[in-house]
Design a protein around this ligand. Structure first.
Ligand code: A2R
Length: 307
């Protein structure tokens, strides 16, 4: 059986399917010469020196859609195909984005605490919140998940704009400048890939443009937002609210961010439901099984589609 290196956690269902076709090795004991396949995830990826040390590697299967923790360009140059799990998580991540937006607008956490602490009974009704209806929503990255977010927001009748590298054939306003879009909208939802091209794209200027009544939602990668600038903007009120599922150094979340009352924080749970993780796990394994069966894969990342 071919030798598979496991990096990061996999589910029992993935392990049971993989162990029928591969000898599974862990990072603390493997023979570099023998490894032909890797299973990893979007967070752990594959370190560049590890990638370079595996002479017979043929394929890397990433359990997740974001693959910025794998140098897919370097892999492709060596003829190593990288796969990921697009589409099967679109709806789940879109639900997470909408949940974060609604939680910020309707102060879900503040009001939950208000009831639990007995304040409602002692002090009367909680302060009013903001309606999430009819808002101007800017989507940074109108790809598969960005479009699913736009679809999922329909009942709230938003006016949608977007910024991406290229304009698309969609009925939404395109901004070729992110700061200009941030000035125009009430909510900015980030759903681009991570990596160098989007690093700290949401900087202090973009946050200031979003403004004191603005809300930032990040379900992409922590690297897309300048976290220091974000904390400062939330502290001094130049940005109103933030709903964050991703952070710069996960699972570390800065204390300053955890202490703010105008944020909603999630532990990178965008796709983390039983159903969606099962679908992602199946696709991760299906790619590996297909590769040992006939050398092809189902969902190669763009950099490796020519292989
Ligand atoms: O290439 P375009 O014009 O379609 O734009 C893509 C956009 N994007 C960027 N926008 C502005 N500046 C950039 N440097 C830049 N790089 C990429 O992000 C596209 O509209 C969107 C990505 O869409 P998809 O490739 O369909 O990705 P998907 O499945 O929506 O997932 C997005 C990310 C993952 O990479 C994970 O990091 C996260 O969501 O879970």
């Amino acid at each position: 059986m071919p030798d598979l290196l496991q990096i990061g956690g996999i589910t029992e269902r993935m392990r049971s399917r993989l162990s029928e076709a591969f000898d599974i090795h862990q990072l603390d004991s493997f023979d570099a010469e023998s490894i032909t396949h890797i299973v990893t995830n979007g967070h752990d990826g594959v370190a560049p020196d590890l990638l370079a040390s595996l002479p017979n590697l043929k394929m890397i299967s990433v359990y997740g859609v974001g693959y910025d923790a794998v140098d897919a360009g370097a892999a492709a140059q060596r003829g190593v195909v990288v796969t990921h799990t697009p589409d099967v998580l679109n709806n789940e991540v879109a639900t997470t984005a909408v949940l974060l937006m609604l939680s910020c607008y309707r102060e879900l956490l503040r009001d939950d605490a208000y009831v639990r602490s007995g304040q409602w009974e002692a002090e009367g009704n909680a302060p009013l919140t903001r309606s999430a209806d009819n808002q101007k929503v800017g989507i940074l990255g109108l790809g598969r998940i960005g479009q699913a977010i736009a679809d999922k927001l329909k009942p709230w009748a938003p006016e949608i704009s977007y910024h991406s590298r290229n304009a698309k054939d969609v009925p939404f306003r395109y901004f070729d400048n992110l700061q200009e879009m941030a000035r125009h909208v009430d909510v900015l939802i980030c759903i681009t890939p991570g990596g160098p091209s989007t690093n700290k794209m949401v900087n202090a200027d973009v946050l200031n443009a979003l403004g004191s009544n603005g809300t930032l939602i990040n379900v992409s990668r922590g690297s897309v937002v300048d976290e220091e600038a974000l904390i400062e903007a939330l502290q001094n009120g130049s940005l109103g609210w933030a709903g964050l599922d991703v952070f710069q150094k996960e699972p570390h979340v800065p204390k300053a961010l955890r202490e703010l009352s105008n944020v909603v924080l999630l532990p990178h749970a965008g796709s983390a439901t039983t159903e969606t993780r099962a679908a992602m796990g199946d696709l991760t394994v299906d790619n590996l099984l297909r590769h040992i069966h006939d050398g092809s894969v189902i969902t190669a990342v763009p950099e490796c589609r020519h292989l």
